[in-house]
Design a protein around this ligand. Structure first.
Ligand code: IVH
Length: 675
């Protein structure tokens, strides 16, 4: 392709990709699948790699991350990032209003206007734009100084990399100089659920806010990009026609390309404030993101300066927090679920009750330590709460209302599904069904995991179908799925020729998924999607993974001894080997994609570390070059490091390497080793 054509295609791709970003993040109405979206992005990245001179700092390709930040530098805020004082009752809100009005009156002003908006439950950040380009992003930190996390914030699609010109101009003088935007980074509920599905159970986040906070601190921006966070702006400061009211500033933010939440409402009277709070107390459950309250601000910005702030919070704004969502109900029964790894989870069956926008009739009790801690018995009146407002849980027993007859909750001694004697490993809080090969519940769980969205994403393979397949003995493991015939599928309940065909098509499509996804789909204990990607890199085929010693696996970054042991246990199981055999026969990707096949094996068996500044490639590309040649890239120097590539001004790592007597080359030497 020549440069003129590339320029055209790149421009078209960028517009198209940003349009789909908007559809997904601003309007929650995606038009294309994730896979199709990734294809567009890959095409753009490939073109930009071919024509590096066409790369632009605001290209959507700059959102995929890839850089590793070792430490986040501390930066000083232009002006302190305050927090809001919280109130928990309408009475306190009214006190705030009275206080404000007294101050305003003393200044000779009339009755002030308020803006009510939702309090987004995420993490506050500050964004700095210079001449329209995003140059710095930071956390709130202690309010005066925060961490500079620009690389991570760049990956968030609803943060513009370049401000839109409201005038539609290519260069808009109104955007010159510095503009600061503050707002909340958060994770949408659906994106949060997807992230958690991706993770081993023991590593799941409790709620979207924790997930957001944890993600913003990650050092690997490519992982941040995968996690899909969003940004809502609520504060604007900068040169160029200061709008005099908060509402006008929100409008302005919208014009610059930000999401602003759309719920802000002007309130003149206390009654309107009360109405807003009341209206959203239920309606908020229908939003795609979480809110834990309402923020009230004075609309007139001049008053902000005049009223000023206390040490921690401004006098011109306040937060009203909704009470925790709790409900009282009756614990009718406890049933025991068997997970795909054999874990027995006690589940409370409750008298149905309305809570946080839905009817709750079941809730997890986690494990027997939790039951003991709560002191809960069957028949009790219990309080349930939506933790992180997603999954309901039992938080306590109303002892004063305990009926005369209640029943203790005993751990079953046998698996409720297959009857095997349960075991409780030393030091663990859960009981396990040891019959992993034959327990129908575990088989079903493994197959559902295999088909789940972040694994092979086999649509049409839902719970009831999988249950029938396993219970009728048609399928024992994921490998058997590929032997099913249309007639077999069509003979099942709620299935017909067409739906059977759809399942077969979906199965066929699953063969084109990536090797990394297949590794995740196998359901090896402790191997989440991120670990699977790491493994796919380190061991680009199943055979290689199986033949890598536990010790070598443990040395792979982010793997460690526990996961290494779990992987080697997995390959030792006869049923796992049989399943792999079937999957391989069916044509599933048992090795990394052909396109990513090794360029050569010049770095086979090497652990390479880069230190100091490289001039010919950026770090990520250099690391890729090593991986494409069979090597591993590590980040700390040890005896196991086999090669140190020292760039400009290499420091302590080089010193340590020399002390250990490791092989050291400069960039030129490295270049020579590539081909
Ligand atoms: S305004 C001077 N508006 O709540 C205070 N904050 O406790 C400026 N927050 O740190 C903040 N939604 O993280 C404002 N609509 C909203 C908000 C909001 C959530 C957070 C923000 C802030 C914290 C204050």
């Amino acid at each position: 392709m020549d440069k003129a054509n590339a320029t055209r295609e790149i421009a078209k791709l960028r517009t198209e990709i940003e349009r789909h970003n908007r559809l997904y993040y601003f309007e929650a109405k995606p038009e294309i699948s994730d896979l199709e979206f990734d294809k567009l992005l890959e095409r753009l990245i490939a073109l930009e790699r071919e024509f590096p001179e066409l790369l632009a700092p605001d290209s959507p390709s700059q959102r995929v991350g890839g850089g590793i930040t070792r430490e986040f530098p501390t930066v000083e805020h232009r002006e302190p990032m305050l927090s809001l004082s919280n109130t928990y009752s309408i009475g306190e809100v009214d006190e705030f209003r009275a206080r404000v009005e007294k101050l305003v009156e003393a200044e000779g002003g009339g009755a002030p206007e308020y803006v009510a908006e939702l309090k987004y439950d995420g993490v506050a950040v500050s964004l700095l734009y210079r001449d329209g380009l995003l140059v710095r992003g930071s956390t709130r930190g202690d309010g005066r100084r925060g961490d500079e996390i620009t690389a991570n914030l760049r990956t968030i699609p609803s943060i513009p990399l370049r401000l839109d010109s409201p005038a539609g101009a290519l260069f808009d003088p109104a955007l010159s100089g510095e503009i600061e935007v503050r707002g909340e980074v958060y994770m949408r509920k659906d994106d949060f659920e997807r992230l958690n599905e991706d993770r081993p159970e023991e590593e799941r986040f409790a709620n979207p806010r924790n997930a957001t906070a944890g993600t913003l601190k990650l050092q690997d921006s490519a992982e941040v990009a995968r996690r899909r966070m969003s940004f809502i702006a609520y504060y604007l400061k900068g040169r160029g026609g200061e709008a005099p009211t908060h509402l006008r500033r929100l409008e302005k933010l919208k014009g610059l390309g930000f999401m602003t939440g759309e719920t802000a409402r002007l309130c003149r009277e206390m009654s309107e404030i009360v109405e807003f709070i009341g209206e959203w107390s239920e309606k908020r459950w229908t939003l795609p993101y979480e809110t834990d309250g309402v923020v009230l601000k004075l609309n007139e910005v001049a008053l902000w300066d005049r009223l000023g702030a206390t040490a921690k919070s401004p006098r011109w704004a306040i937060a009203y927090k909704y009470p925790a969502q709790q409900a009282k109900t009756v614990l009718n029964r406890v049933v025991f679920q068997v997970g795909r790894l054999g874990t027995i989870t006690p589940v409370a069956e409750l008298e149905p009750v309305k809570l946080a926008g839905s009817t709750v009739s079941r809730s997890t009790l986690h494990n027997f330590d939790e039951i003991e801690r709560l002191g809960v018995r069957v028949g009790d009146r219990v309080m349930i709460e939506k933790s992180g407002e997603v999954i309901p849980k039992v938080v306590g027993v109303v002892l004063e209302e305990r009926p005369d007859e209640t029943f203790g909750i005993e751990a079953p001694s046998e698996c409720p599904v297959c009857g095997a004697r349960l075991e409780r490993p030393e030091g663990e809080v859960s009981w396990y069904c040891p019959n992993e090969e034959d327990c129908p519940a575990q088989k079903r769980g493994r197959i559902l995991h295999y088909a789940s969205r972040n694994a092979l994403d086999i649509q049409n393979l839902g719970e009831s179908l999988v249950a029938q397949l396993v219970d009728r003995g048609l399928v024992n493991d994921a490998g058997d799925l590929y032997k099913l015939t249309q007639a077999e599928l069509a003979s099942l309940d709620r299935m017909a020729a067409k739906s059977a065909r759809n399942v077969l098509d979906a199965l066929e499509k699953s063969k084109t998924q990536s090797y990394a996804r297949l590794l995740f789909a196998l359901g090896i204990r402790h191997v989440g999607a991120a670990t699977a990607r790491e493994l796919a890199h380190a061991c680009p085929s199943i055979d290689r993974l199986r033949d890598t010693s536990e010790e070598d696996l443990a040395a792979v970054p982010d793997i460690g001894p526990v996961i290494a042991e779990s992987i080697s246990d997995f390959f030792a199981k006869p049923w796992a080997r049989a399943m792999l055999e079937k999957l391989s026969e069916a044509g599933l990707p048992m090795q990394a994609e052909a396109g990513k096949a090794l360029v050569n094996n010049n770095f086979e068996g090497q652990s390479v570390i880069f230190t100091g500044g490289l001039e010919r490639h950026d770090r990520n590309r250099a690391a890729e070059l090593v991986r494409e040649r069979g090597g591993r890239v590590v980040t700390s120097v040890s005896k196991k490091t086999t090669l140190v590539v020292a760039g400009k001004d290499a420091g302590s790592k080089l010193e340590k390497a020399l002390k250990l007597g490791l092989k050291v080359v400069d960039e030129e030497g490295f270049e020579a080793m590539l081909s």
